[in-house]
Design a binder for this molecule. Structure first.
Ligand code: ATR
Length: 268
């Protein structure tokens, strides 16, 4: 049976095995999907072992997305752009690295939430690994402006500079975010520690959406504040399922239906 894994640390709470089991059932594909806990510094050895033993593909989560980028022998354009890999696939003697996070976010925003973002103002908070992978896909939506705001201003400026040829993007500190945004995406790691970002008055335009790339209880502090400020609030569960669907497509060339899976996970 074709074998797949999600590699991370921690990985015990990853929803990926459940998501891919649902995809496999729905598409009639036969595969095995497990969790692989790897110690920091041991990624390359573990991944090499998995693929040498016939493994077909892996999802890669924190903190190994840059290790996976380096491990991949070939990379897709969007993985190169992101500087990180969240999906590995065995291909005729080599391992291909892809990054499906940005596509997953954009699909959740535009298809599942039905947002039209062309000509709109988007704020991306954070300039770490999670933010880096979604800058180009957000610019592909042709916003009027994408502001990247980060606690360490220099990181935001560097990130914006890197993508300046891809669309209107600027990098600022958290004290200079401005306001009137139609979409605010939280890509900081504050959610994973249950902290909340300060949301200045006027941040949201009327009818704005606040989106946290984390999901479940972790996203609550940010989303509660955003709701109190009048925004529609959404966690990143849809993004998680959509990035998984992109990975599934890369591996199996079948595009699973995601709406039912998102609804089932939310109900659980
Ligand atoms: P990830 O891969 O999850 O993005 P990371 O690369 O460590 O992790 O980046 C964490 C992001 O969250 C950074 O943008 C970080 O800001 P700094 O670059 O200034 O460190 C941001 N972050 C973490 N804690 C924060 C806090 N308490 N307030 C605001 N931003 C925070």
């Amino acid at each position: 049976m074709d074998r797949y894994v999600v590699i991370g640390n921690p990985v015990a709470h990853s929803l990926s095995p459940e998501i891919h089991a649902r995809f496999a059932l729905a598409t009639g594909e036969t595969l095995a999907y497990d969790r692989l806990l790897v110690e920091p510094g041991d990624f390359a050895r573990a991944a090499r072992g998995f693929f040498a033993a016939g493994g077909r593909g892996a999802n890669v989560t924190l903190p190994f997305k840059v290790d996976a980028f380096e491990f991949a022998q070939e990379r897709t354009a969007r993985a190169e752009q992101a500087g990180a890999v969240n999906t590995l696939a065995a291909r005729a003697g080599i391992v291909l690295g892809d990054n499906t996070d940005g596509a997953g976010l954009v699909r959740d925003l535009t298809v599942n939430l039905g947002l039209g973002l062309g000509g709109k103002r988007i704020l991306l908070v954070g300039a770490g690994g999670a933010a880096r992978g979604v800058v180009a896909p957000l610019l592909d939506l042709s916003p009027a402006m994408l502001v990247v705001a980060n606690r360490t201003r220099e990181r935001a400026r560097e990130l914006a500079l890197r993508f300046r040829d891809a669309g209107p993007v600027e990098g600022v500190g958290l004290d200079a975010m401005g306001g009137g945004f139609d979409l605010v995406v939280n890509a900081t790691s504050t959610s994973t520690r249950g902290e909340a970002l300060a949301l200045p008055r006027g941040l949201f335009a009327p009818g704005a959406t606040a989106y946290d790339m984390a999901y479940g209880p972790a996203a609550r502090p940010f989303l509660e504040r955003a709701r109190a400020a009048g925004a529609n609030a959404c966690d990143g569960l849809g993004m998680l399922v959509e990035q998984a669907a992109e990975a599934f497509f890369l591996w199996r060339e079948r595009r699973p239906d995601t709406a039912g899976v998102i609804a089932a996970l939310r109900a659980a």
